[in-house]
Design a protein around this ligand. Structure first.
Ligand code: MTE
Ligand code: MO
Length: 371
């Protein structure tokens, strides 16, 4: 039985169709909307610089995305100053302002585990990746900071001075206000390395924030400021722009009215593998599963034809071992006829919050031309 495309597949898998040895034709069917932009390559620069991951090629062996393939949501500003003596300004409601030096952070850095980052905007198009991170927990760095009364939160901000930007279109600036409790609870950390190598420039070199389990818009790159604030701190422009995408109620004016920007459990299909076995066609839907606060074994799949709704069935093949990163799943499928189908996943457990799945954000369509 073919479980997935095998270990080294993330880089090695050629584009469709694949003609395999021994006369057997294997074909990869893409879901709609997969190939609109060239995945795997950095397109554009500065604020509009993007690199999508080619989710069609994700396999059980490629679940830690290599540094030159990890998604990029905003490329490094051309104006980034010299990084050799990078410092982070720690100020606001503290006894004494100070500069946290990059050398100090590197010295304390250690493995932080594998964590997934997803852009709250466009997960379907490949702005999602996971890596092994190295860094220092923010709670540890800030726990003993002599602070002034009322300092309950920190505003984390990065360098975002892009020489060219279009205020009508580009979202410039990245910052987020987290409570000191959020830092402890999430294990938010300052990352200096990704997959045992220094952070790539476009992923925040020399230092970025990773908030495990929260959307990418909280994971500030090129971090240069930590400001202690109190409960009256306003929400930033960036936070308000991301209010909807992080499931806030309306667009809160105050940071304290923002809820945790948590990634709910979610899953989506990424490809259909078609092979000829014993003279018949076998379809296998392969997908990814990520997010949430606990692992699940209640993933279900529903496949709707244009004129006929399917019924939810337990997904056949997956092992969900860690909710801090993603995993693959697969499911055999025998489409009765040709046509367009919609595939959607759900979790058959009312105690698990799945706002995006419920809303149909990750429902995807595929065309079946042969059965
Ligand atoms: N300084 C800065 N940090 C940033 C951003 C940004 O534009 N500027 N974009 C954020 C968003 S919206 C996402 S999804 C993540 C993406 O991280 P990546 O580009 O390393 O994949 O970075 C976040 N950090
Ligand atoms: Mo994002």
């Amino acid at each position: 039985m073919q479980r997935s495309l095998g270990a080294a597949a993330l880089l090695a898998l050629p584009s469709v169709p694949v003609v395999a040895a021994r006369g057997r034709t294997d074909e990869i069917l893409r879901f709609d909307g997969t190939s609109r932009r060239t995945p795997g390559r950095l397109r554009g620069a500065g604020l509009s610089g993007r690199r999508m991951v080619d989710l069609t090629r994700i396999s059980a062996g490629g679940l830690v995305v290599a540094n030159d393939e990890f998604f990029i949501r905003t490329a490094c500003p051309d104006t980034l100053p010299d990084t050799s003596d990078w410092t982070i300004r720690v100020h606001g409601l503290v006894e004494r302002e100070r500069r946290l030096e990059i050398a100090q952070i590197r010295e304390a850095a250690r493995p932080m585990g594998t964590h997934l980052v997803e852009c709250s905007g466009r997960g379907v198009s490949g702005l999602i990746s996971a890596a092994n991170w190295t860094g220092v927990p923010l709670a540890e760095l800030l726990r003993d900071e002599p602070r002034r009364p009322g300092a309950t939160r920190v505003l984390l901000s990065g360098f975002d001075e892009h020489p060219r930007w279009n205020p009508n279109y580009d979202e410039r600036g990245c910052n987020w206000v987290l409570t000191l409790e959020d830092l402890e609870r999430t294990g938010a950390f300052l990352a200096t390395a990704m997959n045992e190598k220094p952070l790539p420039r476009h992923n925040g070199f020399p230092v970025r924030v990773i908030v495990p389990g929260w959307y990418g818009c909280t994971c500030v790159k090129w971090l240069n400021e930590i400001r202690f604030v109190d409960d009256s701190a306003p929400a930033t422009r960036h936070m308000r722009q991301f209010a909807r995408r992080t499931h806030q109620r309306g667009t809160p004016r105050m940071a304290r009215d923002f809820r945790a920007a948590e990634i709910d459990l979610a899953a989506m299909p990424v490809r259909v593998e078609r092979s000829t076995e014993n003279g018949g066609l076998t379809h296998r839907i392969v997908g990814i599963l990520w997010g949430g606060k606990a692992v699940t074994d209640r993933l279900t799949i529903r496949i709707d034809a244009r004129s006929e709704a399917g019924i939810a069935m337990p997904v056949e093949d997956y092992v969900h071992e860690a909710h801090s990163t993603w995993t693959t799943w697969s499911h055999t499928w025998r489409p009765a006829r040709t046509g367009r189908y919609t595939v959607r996943l759900a979790v058959d457990d009312p105690s698990v919050r799945t706002r995006r799945l419920d809303r149909g954000d990750y429902a995807r369509r595929v065309m079946i031309e042969r059965v």
